[in-house]
Every structure is written in structure tokens, then in C-alpha cells.
Design a protein around this ligand. Structure first.
Ligand code: NAD
Length: 252
């Protein structure tokens, strides 16, 4: 059993849920927050036999709710890590992207990440440090079609993570961004039709989507102070080779 809690936003589904399972397997307690109360309830029930889990319904753009959530975790034990997996996406042609859609995606993905990390880092500063892991995307590393709002929000998350690494190093707080490629989750199943799936598979050298659990090894490494004590400010892709690739050979 490890000391302390990891706070995970978007922990009710997909990548966030897999990260919660992986943290429990490593012996941390987990506090998961999500805006989907029904999914959160189900996730909490599924995770409870695996270790200490506490679920909170909130919207990551709600500053007051985030402060109450982080205060509650800090009162229960040491907050050692944060993973910001709550996020929303869209694949809309640039010329058709409505301003309110753009604004909401940036609110959830960028402002939400900022609010959670800032609130948690204030607690970590007083308790000797910790690790912030943001879930960005390869969409923040490369320009992909239809990602005006989503891609630019994830690029902002990557830069925000670099700034946090610089500003918070003096408090022994590290910050790193994980950039997944295509991962088979509920978010992607609603967004990717057959043609989109084929396009991704054609562009990923490993020729497949990841399972959510394949993102978790890097996240728990980055959370672990012993394993990754000198790693900070990095944006690391977990993408089957997508961001590294130039022209790829298509097998028949
Ligand atoms: P998902 O939809 O399965 O899970 C996201 C969770 O975030 C959901 O439970 C949702 O309710 C929650 N959420 C959304 N908006 C919220 C808000 N305002 N406040 C609180 N909770 C909120 O999606 P996923 O695929 O697991 O995505 C998780 C993260 O990984 C996202 O940030 C996404 O952008 C990123 N990502 C996903 C992929 C992929 O291919 N699935 C690739 C790269 C990056």
C-alpha cells in the first residue's frame, strides 16, 4: 500500500477509469471526479473492491466545486498526484466550427485542467510536492483535420504543463503531459465512424487503436516519485508511432 491519494478527473469512463484502476493496483487511494453522476456511481462500485475510492460529481470548469473537492481529499490524506483526464472533443471542419463549441471545448480542456492543477498544486506546495499529469493528445502535437477547437485546446494543455513544470519545480511539484493517439473509449466510439477509424489505422504504424489500459503505464510512472523524480515538463506520446511517422507503408 502506497501513501496518499491520486485525484483523477474524468475518472468515470475510458482513459480516466483505466488510470484509476492502475493507481489502485499500485496501492494509491483514488479520488475520481466526473460530471456524469450515473457513470461515476457505476465506476465507484466497480473500483471499490480494488482499494480506497471516493467519487465526486463536478464540472471541471466550476472553480468552487474543484476547491471543495481538493480540500476534501487533502483532509483525508496526502494528495500525491493529479491526473486531468476529463475532456471533450469534436471533429468539425475549420470553416464550420461555431464559436460556442470552440469556447466550450477550451473551457473544459484548458480552463478545467488549469483550475484542477492550480488548486491541487497549492495543496502540494504545503505538503512537500507531488506530480501533475495532464492528458493531452497527439491532436495537440500535429494539425489534424477537423481539430480547430480540440487540437488547439490540447496544444494549450501541453504548454500549460510546461509552464507548470517551470513555475512549480521549486515546490518539488513535477508536471508532465501524456499525449495518447487513438484509444478505444466511449468518446471515440461516438466520434469515429468507419471511415475515420480506417484513416487512423492507416496513419498509425502499429495499425490499431490502443486499449485504455495501454495509456496507464506511462501515467503511473510519471506519478511515481521514485521512478520519475527528474522527469518534468515533458509531453510524451503513447500513440503506436503516429507522431513519429513520415510516409508509412500500407500492408495489403
Ligand atoms: P471518455 O468520454 O470516455 O471520458 C471522459 C470523461 O470526462 C467522461 O466520463 C466525461 O463525463 C468526463 N467529462 C467531460 N467533461 C467534463 C467536465 N466538464 N467535468 C467533469 N468531467 C467531464 O473519453 P476518453 O477517450 O477516455 O478521454 C479522456 C481524455 O483523453 C480526454 O481528455 C481526451 O481528450 C483524451 N484523449 C483521448 C483519446 C482517445 O482516442 N480516446 C486520444 C487522445 C486524448
Amino acid at each position: 500500500m502506497r501513501e496518499g491519494f491520486v485525484a483523477i478527473t474524468g475518472g468515470a469512463s475510458g482513459i480516466g477509469f483505466a488510470i484509476a484502476e492502475a493507481c489502485l493496483a499500485k496501492g494509491w487511494g483514488v479520488a475520481i471526479a466526473d460530471q456524469n453522476a450515473g457513470a461515476l456511481d457505476a465506476a465507484e462500485r466497480q473500483l471499490a473492491p480494488q482499494g480506497s475510492v471516493d467519487g465526486t460529481t463536478l464540472d471541471v470548469t466550476d472553480e468552487v466545486a474543484i476547491e471543495a473537492w481538493i480540500d476534501r481529499i487533502a483532509a483525508a490524506g496526502r494528495l500525491v498526484g493529479v491526473v486531468t483526464a476529463a475532456g471533450i472533443a469534436a471533429d468539425v471542419p475549420f470553416l464550420d466550427t461555431p464559436a460556442d463549441r470552440f469556447r466550450r471545448i477550451h473551457d473544459v480542456n484548458v480552463l478545467g485542467t488549469f483550475l484542477v492543477c492550480r488548486t491541487a498544486a497549492r495543496v502540494m506546495r504545503a505538503t512537500g510536492g507531488g506530480s501533475l499529469v495532464t492528458i493531452a493528445s497527439v491532436a495537440g502535437l500535429r494539425g489534424s483535420k477537423g481539430r480547430a477547437a480540440y487540437g488547439s485546446s490540447k496544444a494549450a494543455v501541453i504548454n500549460l504543463t510546461q509552464v507548470m513544470a517551470v513555475d512549480l519545480a521549486r515546490y518539488s511539484i513535477r508536471a508532465n503531459a501524456v499525449c495518447p493517439g487513438p484509444v478505444d473509449t466511449p468518446l471515440v466510439r461516438t466520434m469515429h465512424d468507419a471511415a475515420t477509424r480506417k484513416a487512423w489505422i492507416d496513419h498509425v504504424p502499429q495499425r490499431r487503436y490502443a486499449e485504455p489500459r495501454e495509456i496507464t503505464g506511462l501515467v503511473t510512472f510519471l506519478l511515481d516519485e521514485e521512478a520519475s523524480s527528474f522527469v518534468t515538463g515533458q509531453a510524451i506520446a503513447v500513440d503506436g508511432g503516429f507522431a513519429a511517422a513520415g510516409l508509412t507503408a500500407l500492408e495489403t
